[in-house]
Each structure stands twice: as C-alpha cells, then as structure tokens.
Write a protein that binds this ligand. Structure first.
Ligand code: 6GU
Length: 230
C-alpha cells in the first residue's frame, strides 16, 4: 500500500509516521508514503495556487491548474478528498480501503478546492465528523491511520482487530490492568477469576450497556446485523 498526500503543508503530516506503530509498519515495508506539493506544479511565475472565489464571498479557493497537473500523473489510484461535505468516514470504509494499492489524499486549504478538480478526479469524498477544520491534513491522517491498521501485519495482535469498537457496531467493553484495586476502585471480579466463558458474557453485557448509553444508534445497527445473520 502506498499513501500519497497532496498538500501545501507536508510537515503537518510527516511527524505522525515517525513514532510507534506507524513507524514500525513503515520500517517493515507494510506501506509507504510520499508527498506532492501543488505549489511545485503552479504554471505561474509566483507559484500561486489559490485565487478569489467566483461570485465573491470570503476566502480563497485552490485553483484547478496546479491540482489537475498533480493528479493527472497518477494511474490506478483511489483519490480521496477530505471535506466536511463528504459522506461520514466509517470503520467499514477503513477496512475496504486497506485493500487498495495506492491512495491519494488531496488536502484543501483556505475556503476549499475548485469544484472541477473534485468533479474530474475524486473517487470518494469523506468527512470525519460534524465540525469544521482548517484543512484536509488532519482528516487525511485520521483516515490513513484507520486504514493502515487494517493492513495485514501492521498491528502486532490480529485479535485486536476483531474485538474492537465498531467491528460489530458495539463499543468495546472497558479494560483494566493491575492492580486489582486502585484508589479504592475495583476491577470486575469475573475478570480476576479467569473463567473465559463468564468473562466473554460479562464483556458482551458491558459492551451492550455502554453502546445503549453512548451510541444508541449503533446498538440498533448491531441488532439488525445479528438478525440478518440468524
Ligand atoms: Cl474531511 N475536512 C475539513 N476541512 N473539515 C472537516 C472534515 C474534513 N471533516 C470534518 N470536518
């Protein structure tokens, strides 16, 4: 898997890959990443990449020409535009996209990107939540992380992919580690006794209760899914 970030600010992205799980996965050759700066493709003297919005309004818009020239060079890629007007990015998208060969993230800055770039090149438009960010770099990183951890070998423990939140639409049960009592607060006693079928049953009950409380819509999805599988 290869990730390409089309961005005016590669340094906003680079640091994330320099530590922890992503660093190890890169060193193991499980994926690679590179950058493309639209400014290097600007066909004007001042390397200008943005202009005023047609029809007026606040802010600048990223021009078509530099981005067309950047994106025309790629073949056999999945081109993603992070945007608050995209469809919500989910765990299912992360799993599906982990099977792609080359994903290109196009980060807008300023008020956005000329719609003709999106119309011509976008395979998918994604939002990462109902709030507005100053650019597409953080969403690109968020999606890359969610995708990369679904690539075979990136996580040490494959089981963590199966039991984690959203895989079954249920939120994950709470976790505890030693000591058994901390500041007067205990650990559920079944977790300490080691009867695996009882532990599984308790985790499921805790997951269900937690999902009902925090994400009732997810619980409805979970119940639908279970019904179809019967
Ligand atoms: Cl993908 N981009 C921007 N700029 N803001 C966002 C977003 C994306 N998702 C939520 N807010």
């Amino acid at each position: 898997m290869r990730f390409t970030y089309v961005t005016l600010f590669p340094q906003l992205i680079e640091g994330y890959f320099q530590d922890s799980i992503m660093k190890r996965a890169l060193q193991a050759g499980l994926f690679s990443f590179d950058f493309c700066d639209p400014r290097d493709y600007a066909a004007n003297k001042h390397a200008k990449v943005d202009d005023t919005a047609a029809g007026g309004g606040a802010g600048m818009v990223m021009m078509s020409q530099p981005l067309f020239d950047v994106l025309a060079q790629f073949e056999d890629t999945t081109v993603i535009f992070p945007t608050p007007v995209g469809k919500p990015f989910t765990q299912n998208d992360a799993k599906r996209l982990a099977r792609k060969k080359h994903i290109v993230f196009v980060s807008g800055r300023y008020e956005g990107i000329d719609e003709r770039v999106i119309e011509h090149f976008a395979d998918e438009l994604f939002s990462i939540g109902d709030y507005v960010l100053t650019g597409g770099e953080l969403p690109s990183l968020v999606m890359s992380d969610a995708i990369a951890r679904n690539i075979d070998g990136v996580l040490g423990n494959r089981e963590s992919l199966v039991t984690e939140s959203f895989e079954t639409y249920l939120l994950e049960a709470p976790s505890f580690t030693k000591p058994a009592v901390y500041e007067g607060m205990g650990t559920p006693s079944e977790f300490l006794k080691g009867n695996h079928s009882k532990i599984t049953a308790l985790k499921f009950a805790l997951s269900t209760a937690k999902t009902q409380y925090f994400r009732p819509g997810q619980l409805i999805q979970h119940n639908k899914r279970t019904t179809y599988e019967k």
